[in-house]
Ligand binder design. Sequence first.
Ligand code: NAD
Length: 296
Amino acid sequence: MARVGFIGLGNMGSGMAANLAKAGHEVRAFDLSAEALAKAARSGCTSAGSAAEAATDAEAVLTMLPAGHHVREVFEASVFNAAPASAILIDCSTIDVATAREVEAEAAAKDKTMVDAPVSGGIAAAEAGTLTFMVGGSADGFARAEPFLQAMGQAVIHAGGPGAGQAAKICNNMLLGASMIATCEAFLLAEKLGLDLKTFYDISSKASGQCWSMTSYCPVPGVGPSSPADRNYEGGFAAALMLKDLRLAMEAAESVGAETPMGERAEELYADFAEHGGAARDFSGIITMLREAGTP
Ligand code: NAD
């Protein structure tokens, strides 16, 4: 088993670090929050006094941080200097593609191997060790990162070269954001046209409109398998995080000149929802805003 440094023990990182410790790795964990450090210590990790201390002598260093600038800062100020050249560096945060590529290029210039490995799945999947990882980096980097990621997930997929994991993640979530809004619209229109929503679900979930937002995560309470809609849109995937991913997708689309009108509209609608009290609610809760916006 390996000595692993883990930096960023928030909602996601705490469960992920705990699963690495459960798999038998010696996890030295660091976070700016003393509370997060104490929680990690209770789940079998050793507390480190700094990010550099977590990375020293590590065979793998993992990060799970909020945004690109945190990742750049932690790698440039601590990890690149402290981690041995032999360590595999794995950033699991969701960040912009450009920063991911730049930081990975810096790693390569220092003869270090780094991959981006953002996740699909929320806090519950992080705790249960059932995340899906999409990995960007060299074939060698992927092969070295894979065993550590397997300890925290149910699927680990090599998406391509540096930044490809982040690219896959934001393309997927742009599709998810737009398809959730389209699913909400379809149910709201069906309702106004007098259809029974369960009947509409039974039809559409077997017809060409079928999609994950409908059949696995239905935004209507009491319809389809259990989902956050059945819990008043509590828990699940926060609308604020969907908005973050849509903004990353729009930034990336602009940088490469891709036409993404549905993604753009999804970003506007999620910004509106987040601004009007929806930020902490599950992203499927946007149906409540769309329902209110409709004429009575
Ligand atoms: P979070 O805010 O709960 O945790 C981030 C942690 O990083 C915090 O504990 C913070 O103290 C720590 N941190 C910040 N700067 C640091 C530094 N310089 N050194 C050490 N620690 C530092 O966020 P989260 O919900 O765990 O999300 C982490 C990443 O995972 C984000 O990029 C997010 O987009 C992505 N993500 C989250 C979810 C989700 O459901 N929460 C799902 C998929 C992906």
